[in-house]
Design a protein around this ligand. Structure first.
Ligand SMILES: [Cu+2]
Length: 144
């Protein structure tokens, strides 16, 4: 009779620890619902400017559409070739923007404050052509 009384509390302790063990990993489960509501607040990555990559003697994308006020960033990702981002055409540079010589790894930014179509080229390799189409702000704005 005395032995049984000794063993009983030991089983009780084991039972408590066995119940406590699965309880610990179960506690983080209520967390997932909270982060899912956060990405919905920012549908567009506003912090990242639209980019044009200079690689293999081409502008990628060759044609890019943005809204007025947008800043476009050009990045030279060539191994060893310099380029320029010069507005207009080789026959008639428009003078709106000119990056000067961009070495590999260099970047250039320009903010488009006027709607329109902006042709540009590389003054070192005039066959390289690109185009930025700047759309006006949608008239309806937030009234959708
Ligand atoms: Cu070039």
């Amino acid at each position: 009779m005395l032995r049984r009384l000794w063993i009983f509390p030991v089983f009780l302790l084991l039972g408590i620890t066995a119940c406590a063990a699965p309880a610990a990993p179960a506690s983080p489960t209520p967390r997932p619902p909270t982060p899912t509501s956060m990405p919905a607040a920012s549908p567009t990555p506003a912090g990242v400017p639209p980019q044009v990559i200079l690689k293999n003697f081409t502008f990628r994308p060759a044609e890019l559409e943005v809204t007025v006020g947008a800043t476009v960033e050009w990045i030279n990702q060539e191994e060893s070739v310099p380029h320029t981002v010069t507005s207009g055409s080789p026959d008639s540079p428009s003078g709106v923007f000119d990056s000067g010589r961009l070495r590999p790894g260099d970047s250039f930014r320009f903010t488009f404050n006027q709607p329109g179509t902006y042709e540009y080229f590389c003054s070192i390799h005039p066959r390289m052509r690109g185009r930025i189409i700047v759309k006006p702000m949608p008239a309806s704005g937030y009234d959708y």
